[in-house]
Write a protein that binds this ligand. Structure first.
Ligand SMILES: Nc1ncnc2c1ncn2[C@@H]1O[C@H](COP(=O)(O)OP(=O)(O)OP(=O)(O)O)[C@@H](O)[C@H]1O
Ligand SMILES: C[C@@](O)(CCOP(=O)(O)OP(=O)(O)O)CC(=O)O
Length: 421
């Protein structure tokens, strides 16, 4: 049993993990339990200062069961995905010693000890902003640190993968590839970093959170139905994605925005075409999503080279990647021209890195009203505006991978009781 005398110590760690957006999509599993995909995928990690999960994992001999709180509310850990992550991390736990607190936990102790986990997403959960990706990556990372697991980020990614496939790509910053692997046990299905976030730091990312009422088909259900019914998905996974992955790696390595943008848009559009090819068809994008695509396509065509790439996950939100800050300010002007806010409160309409709006000359609602129509529609009939169709915009950029937060102020659990603060 534990070498420590007293039963009332609590040992904890707190980690912060980013979310990610795929530019070559993961859609379809070959193994539902282990979460093994039918193709490789590539993503860009988003700056955790704007979108991230913070998770505190704690252990104490006084805990009677494993418990978890998400955004302040207790949730059940009984689901298979949580159980897989806990089991896999526990199996790799090592000795932990904290001399100052008089704590000694041996490898064997971990099987008998219970954990408390508290997690907080600094953005809406289940709003199509990939909370499950940041969430399961942070769970695996924080538990791994708590239990002194010696595995590296790639090996941890194979555990996060069993929580949610896209989560394995959130163990690294910059551009990340999830290698599908060949093994039946999933041991070689893991994420690797292609380049860190400094490699291509011109890029600016604007997310349009699109107002939507309808409840969408979850990614898990949607991709299962696509695997069962879409012939286009089979063709995509076998013939299209392997070539696209190589081209995308090349584009990222060379910071070739023209290729990057062409591949990103084509892959998003093909993913949504697969959804339409599914029986019954799945509609993730809505009229606003389609309008954003048209606006970007028209603008890109009017320029010598593409300025912005778009990509959409399993929902109507647009993720727009601008080639540089200049392109991002022009993008913000266009977006605000077409989608002015419902209220006069700009500060809650553009969140994240607000300096992009400032650079675009947008300081108040009067500046939005004064925006001229974009030059590419100059000769056309006066364009329509779609006030209120976008809920808000998040301005961000490529960001770093997981980190430990050492300041106990940032912990989500009380260090004496092990309960949420
Ligand atoms: N911080 C977290 N820690 C652990 N699990 C989380 C966390 N945040 C979300 N999850 C898990 O992810 C689930 C939400 O995932 P879901 O796929 O429905 O939404 P999403 O990831 O926000 O959107 P999408 O996958 O469509 O981009 C939650 O019900 C919970 O099980
Ligand atoms: C469209 C996607 O965002 C699908 C993500 O699916 P999830 O990772 O949420 O699915 P599960 O593995 O079943 O949890 C594309 C992507 O992120 O690659």
């Amino acid at each position: 049993m534990m070498a420590s005398e007293s039963q009332n110590w609590v040992f904890m760690v707190t980690a912060q993990t980013p979310t990610n957006i795929a530019v070559i999509k993961y859609w379809g599993k070959r193994d539902e339990t282990l979460i093994l995909p039918i193709n490789d995928s590539i993503s860009v990690t988003l700056d955790p200062s704007h979108l991230c999960t913070t998770t505190t994992a704690a252990v104490s001999p006084a805990f009677h069961q494993d418990r978890m709180w998400l955004n302040g509310k207790e949730i059940s850990l009984s689901g298979g995905r949580f159980q897989s992550c806990l089991r896999e991390i526990r199996a790799r736990a090592c000795d932990v010693e904290d001399e100052t607190k008089g704590i000694k936990i041996t490898k064997e102790d971990w099987g008998k000890l219970h954990v408390h986990i508290a997690s907080y997403n600094n953005f809406p959960t289940a709003a199509g902003l990939a909370s499950s990706a940041a969430g399961f990556a942070c769970l695996a990372y924080a538990l791994g640190k708590l239990m002194n697991v010696k595995e590296d980020e790639s090996q941890l990614s194979a555990i996060a993968r069993q929580g949610s496939g896209s989560a394995c790509r959130s163990l690294f910053g910059g551009f990340v590839k999830w290698i599908m692997g060949k093994e039946d046990n999933g041991s070689d299905s893991l994420a690797v970093q292609l380049t860190d976030e400094k490699h291509w730091d011109d890029l600016v990312i604007v997310i349009a959170v699109v107002s939507s009422r309808q409840k969408e088909t979850s990614s898990t259900t949607g991709m299962r139905e696509s695997v069962e019914t879409s012939l286009l998905l089979q063709h995509r996974a076998k013939e299209i994605v392997p070539k696209r992955i190589l081209q995308m790696e090349e584009a990222i390595k060379n910071r070739d925005f023209a290729s990057f943008s062409q591949l990103t848009c084509a892959d998003s559009n093909q993913f949504h075409a697969v959804c339409l090819d599914t029986c019954p068809p799945i509609f993730y994008m809505n009229d606003t999503s389609h309008r954003i695509i048209s606006i970007v396509e028209k603008w890109n065509r009017s320029e010598e080279a593409p300025q912005v790439a778009y990509t959409f996950d399993a929902g109507p939100n647009a993720v727009l990647i601008a080639r540089n800050r200049n392109a991002a300010t022009s993008l913000i002007q266009r977006l605000l021209y077409y989608f002015p806010p419902n209220s006069d409160d700009l500060s809650s309409y553009i969140i994240g890195d607000k300096s992009i709006a400032k650079d675009a000359g947008i300081n108040g609602i009067q500046d939005v009203e004064a925006l001229p129509p974009p030059p590419e529609i100059k000769d056309n009939i006066p364009s329509q505006k779609y006030k209120g169709d976008v809920s808000y915009f998040i301005c961000t950029r490529p960001g770093r991978g997981p980190v430990l937060l050492s300041d106990s102020i940032q912990a989500l659990l009380n260090d004496e009781t092990g309960l949420p603060k």
